[in-house]
Design a protein around this ligand. Structure first.
Ligand code: SPV
Ligand code: MG
Length: 313
C-alpha cells in the first residue's frame, strides 16, 4: 500500500506545520465540500484516510455499536475520548469527535474540551439534546435541551479550548420543533462562538436541509449528515452552499454485512475455501497495521545500535 500521508511540514521553507484543528478549520472554509467518514477504531479510520476522505468522524453510533451497546450515552465520556484519541493517533487527517450532548452540563463540557484537546482531537461536536441523548434515528425522547443551557455549553467550550474546532449540532428538525426553532438556535449558537453548525435531518429527501441552508443568514460553515437522504450528491451539496458532509456509518454497515455473509457461508459450507476469494489477503492486514514500517525501524535502530557499540570498542 502506498503511503500517501500528507506532508507534515514544508521541508523547503521550514514553515510550521498546521495543527489538526487548523487543518479541520481550513477544510470547513475551503471552496469545495469536505467529506468526513465515520469510524470506530484506528483500522476503520485508516481505511477512510486511504480512500481519500478529508477527515474522520469519530461516530458515537459506530463506537457504541462496536462496544455492543446502544447509542444512548451508555458509554462514559472516557470511553468515547479513548476511542477518538486512538483514531487521531492512527491517521494524519483530522478527527472530528461526536461528543453527543456534552456528557452532562457545562462543567462536563469544560472537562470534555480540555480532555479531547489534550489527546490531539481536532474538533468536537455537541448536539442540543438532553443528557442522556438517544440516537437521532431511534423513536423516543428527542427533546431539545433548553436554549440557554446549550448556548452556555457552546460558550463554555469555546472559552475553554485553545486550539480546537467546536461544532454546534442542531436537532430541532429531528425533534419536530421545526425550521424556525432551528434558525433561532443557529443564530444563538453563532453568537455563543460556535465555529460551525451541523443541521441534522431524518427525512428521506434533502429538502429541509437545503431550506435551512437557504434561510440561515449567518456566517458559519454548515455541515450535513446525508444518511437518510442518501441520493444527494457531493455536487448538489456543494452548490447548495454546504461546507461538509459526514458519511456517519456507511463503513460500519458495509462491514457488518460482509462479516455476516462470510460467517454464514463458513457455517453452511464446512470450509473456508469458497469465501477465500472474497477476503482481503492477510498481507493487507499487515500493511494496515504498518508492519513493514515496524520492521524497517527495527532494522534501522538495531543496525545503528551495532554501529554505536562497535565504535566504542
Ligand atoms: C453518529 O454517527 O453517531 C451521529 C450521526 O451522531 S447519527 O447517527 O445520524 O445521529
Ligand atoms: Mg452520534
Amino acid at each position: 500500500m502506498t503511503d500517501n500521508r500528507p506532508l507534515q511540514h514544508d521541508a523547503g521553507t521550514g514553515a510550521t506545520p498546521l495543527s489538526a484543528a487548523q487543518r479541520l478549520r481550513a477544510a470547513l472554509h475551503a471552496p469545495r465540500l469536505a467529506r468526513a467518514m465515520g469510524a470506530h477504531n484506528p483500522l476503520s479510520a485508516r481505511l477512510a484516510e486511504e480512500a481519500g476522505f478529508d477527515l474522520v468522524w469519530a461516530s458515537g453510533l459506530e463506537i457504541s455499536a462496536s462496544a455492543g451497546v446502544p447509542d444512548a450515552n451508555i458509554l462514559a465520556m472516557g470511553d468515547c475520548l479513548d476511542a477518538a484519541a486512538d483514531l487521531s493517533a492512527a491517521v494524519d487527517i483530522p478527527v472530528l469527535a461526536d461528543c453527543d450532548s456534552g456528557f452532562g452540563n457545562v462543567n462536563n463540557v469544560i472537562h470534555m474540551v480540555r480532555s479531547y484537546e489534550a489527546r490531539g482531537v481536532a474538533g468536537v461536536c455537541i448536539e442540543d439534546k438532553q443528557f442522556p441523548k438517544l440516537n437521532s434515528f431511534i423513536e423516543g425522547n428527542q427533546d431539545l435541551a433548553p436554549l440557554d443551557d446549550f448556548a452556555g455549553k457552546i460558550r463554555a467550550a469555546t472559552e475553554t479550548r485553545t486550539d480546537m474546532v467546536v461544532v454546534a449540532r442542531l436537532e430541532a428538525l429531528i425533534s419536530g420543533q421545526g425550521m424556525d426553532e432551528a434558525l433561532r438556535r443557529a443564530d444563538v449558537y453563532e453568537r455563543a462562538g460556535a465555529d460551525a453548525l451541523l443541521i441534522h435531518s431524518k427525512r428521506k429527501d434533502p429538502e429541509e436541509v437545503f431550506a435551512f441552508r437557504e434561510a440561515y443568514r449567518g456566517d458559519l460553515p454548515v455541515i450535513v449528515v446525508p444518511t437518510t437522504y442518501n441520493q444527494v450528491t457531493v455536487e448538489e451539496l456543494e452548490r447548495g452552499g454546504f461546507a461538509m458532509a459526514i458519511y456517519a456509518n456507511q463503513a460500519l454497515r458495509s462491514s457488518i454485512r460482509a462479516m455476516r455473509d462470510t460467517l454464514t457461508k463458513i457455517m453452511r459450507d464446512g470450509t473456508t475455501h469458497h469465501v477465500e476469494g472474497e477476503l482481503v489477503p492477510v498481507k493487507e492486514i499487515f500493511d494496515l497495521q504498518r508492519a513493514p514500517r515496524m520492521l524497517e525501524q527495527q532494522e534501522r535502530y538495531e543496525s545503528l545500535g551495532r554501529e554505536l557499540a562497535e565504535a566504542a570498542q
